[in-house]
Design a protein around this ligand. Structure first.
Ligand SMILES: [Zn+2]
Length: 402
């Protein structure tokens, strides 16, 4: 999905559990300047050597500083093995999107031996030429089906996450010269069909004249288009005849809306799979979080601390009003101030405990990035754990025990 905006958090953010960080999470980030936020990932340059080097340094220091592991050398070895793939991919990448896809492809093809072809969505436009023509020619039907689906879910109080105005936009993004894209609308201009709208990044109005709607020929324009979220499975089904579509849980809302639209358009969707299982394991970050817990049940503990905090708030408030009142009337303050000081100190202590308990909760609840697996188990053992679960249990929703 290298036509996504680079500002999407999962495109430029990797997370590892760490109670030594203020939020309980350590982040590896791709620095993106404000002016580049709306660039498509395929147009982002490869990060510098320094950035990649710093990511590795961060992970190494995370291992070294951990208090919950006996054999740190083994974990550093695991990191070194994984990082060979990172450096190999980095050396050959022509864009930030390359770095990500080369790395995934190396792990999947080289280490796990699953012969798998990785394809850039930004380069599939020729495959979708026919499908784009179909969707744009039938844009009234497409947009009407989308609007009805959105209303249907909304009237049942179901938030699919799909924008309530998505039916107003064309099924394809229109790319801009600046490296970003336009959420274009379809309109008629002197009996020609046009895609038009302001670019998300440079804000310049983009207009693409598609010619006579009765006889659409997208051949010369199709490289400027890429599909929006809902049409992706529709186009893959229609133009490639795929037999299975595997999605993340974040895409489910789009898929249920897309399913209704596909029926209206007479496109049969393939089997759709999601694998929302939680992995149950104790890596160094999770172990350190567990060891920092002051009680068995951190969530209950956190609730009781938050209650205490509110109680302190309620005890402190009237004393503050009293203080203001006494300052006004010139009455003595001594005893009142020392009581106030005492309570504030106690509240500070409660708040400190809340922040520790929150860090533990965040570290424990995190679904970490692949580096957490590669470091704690090695890449090969990670794949075995997932595969064994699928072979023995097969439940796509049941937890995977490492
Ligand atoms: Zn632009």
């Amino acid at each position: 999905m290298d036509h996504d905006f680079v500002d999407e958090s999962w495109v430029r953010l990797a997370q590892l559990p760490s109670v030594q960080h203020s939020s309980g999470v350590m982040e590896l980030r791709l620095p993106v300047s404000e002016s580049k936020r709306w660039q498509m990932v395929c147009n982002m340059p490869v990060p510098s050597h320094l950035v990649v080097h710093n990511w590795k340094r961060q992970v190494k220091s995370w291992i070294r500083k951990s208090t919950a592991v006996a054999d740190k050398n083994m974990l550093v070895d695991n990191l070194e093995q994984f990082w060979q793939h990172v450096e190999y991919s980095h050396a050959r990448a022509g864009s930030y999107a390359d770095l990500n896809s080369f790395l995934m492809s190396r792990v999947v093809n080289e280490t796990w031996n699953y012969s798998t072809l990785f394809v850039r969505l930004s380069e599939t436009f020729t495959v979708f030429e026919n499908g784009f023509t179909f969707l744009i020619s039938n844009s009234n039907m497409y947009s009407d089906a989308l609007r009805r689906a959105e209303n249907m879910f909304m009237s049942h109080g179901i938030d699919t996450g799909v924008s309530s105005s998505s039916h107003l936009h064309a099924p394809a993004w229109l790319h801009c010269k600046c490296g970003s894209k336009t959420s274009a609308k379809i309109a008629m201009k002197n009996s020609d069909l046009v895609l038009a709208g302001p670019c998300m990044s440079c804000k310049k109005e983009q207009v693409l004249n598609l010619g006579n709607p009765e006889n659409l020929d997208l051949g010369q324009f199709v490289h400027k288009l890429s599909p929006r979220a809902i049409p992706i499975p529709l186009l893959l089904a229609r133009d490639l005849g795929i037999s299975c579509y595997a999605s993340g849980t974040g895409g489910i809302g789009y898929l249920v809306v897309g399913n209704i639209v596909s029926k209206k358009l007479g496109i049969g969707l393939p089997l759709v799979l999601v694998w929302p299982s939680r992995d149950i394991y104790k890596g160094i970050g999770q172990s350190e979080a567990a060891a920092s817990m002051s009680t068995e049940n951190n969530d209950l503990y956190l609730q009781s601390l938050e209650k205490q905090n509110v109680e302190y708030e309620e005890r402190i408030k009237p004393l503050l009003s009293k203080r203001t009142e006494r300052v006004r009337t010139g009455e003595p303050l001594g005893e009142l101030l020392s009581r106030l000081f005492e309570l504030k100190e106690e509240q500070r202590e409660v708040r400190r405990k809340i922040s520790t308990a929150e860090k533990i909760r965040n570290a424990g609840n995190l679904s970490p990035c692949f580096i957490d697996y590669a470091v704690n188990f090695g890449m090969a053992r990670t794949e075995r754990a997932w595969k064994n679960h699928l072979v023995k249990d097969g439940g796509l929703a049941s937890p995977v025990e490492f």
